[in-house]
Design a protein around this ligand. Structure first.
Ligand SMILES: O=C(O)C[C@@H](Cc1ccccc1)C(=O)SCC(=O)c1ccccc1
Ligand SMILES: [Zn+2]
Length: 158
């Protein structure tokens, strides 16, 4: 499906707090198409995650898709997870440093401290509520993507 343009650092959309997806939007063709376009865009850019504001949709939808890569060779190879209205319920006290990049800040990488483990609650595209624990690289991606929903770029955490 459609690969969408990705907003770049300095564009207002990336500084906004995205709005929650409304109950009426679950199970809608709109939300399915948004998720498919986000996934296609993420894959086209070789990303391991993406947030809706990065494709100019200021709504609280993210995709998390950890896979082994040069920087995280032992990262889990996980099926892409679409999270609607994600909320991080708990951050572990333990943090870890790791390198991050961003599809909206090309040619820049930096070392960011993130909680080692998190509990996140989100809804699926069908409106089911899920609570899940993530740690390590997948937890890092979730925190990076939820930051996008709150208008925060990783470079502000360096
Ligand atoms: O801008 C985004 O949200 C995508 C971003 C997600 C992310 C990467 C690394 C740590 C946290 C979140 C990317 O996928 S950047 C490109 C990439 O695949 C990558 C970059 C650095 C390290 C590992 C992967
Ligand atoms: Zn990013």
């Amino acid at each position: 499906s459609a690969v969408l343009p990705v907003a770049q650092r300095g564009e207002i959309i990336l500084t906004l707090k995205a709005v929650p997806v409304a109950a009426s939007e679950f199970n809608s063709p709109w939300l399915e198409q948004l998720a498919q376009a986000m996934q296609a865009t993420m894959l086209a850019r070789n990303g391991v995650g993406i947030a809706a504001p990065q494709v100019y949709v200021s709504k609280r939808v993210i995709i998390v898709a950890s896979r082994p890569n040069p920087r995280y060779p032992d990262a889990p190879d996980m099926a892409a997870v679409v999270m609607v209205n994600p909320e991080i319920l708990q951050f572990s006290k333990e943090t870890c440093l790791g390198e991050e990049g961003c599809l909206s800040v090309p040619d820049e990488r930096g070392t960011v401290a993130r909680a080692q483990r998190i509990i996140v609650r989100y809804f699926t595209l069908h409106g089911e509520s899920v609570e899940a624990t993530y740690e390590g690289f997948p937890a890092r991606i979730v925190q990076h993507e939820v930051d996008h929903l709150d208008g925060v770029l990783f470079v502000e955490r360096l």
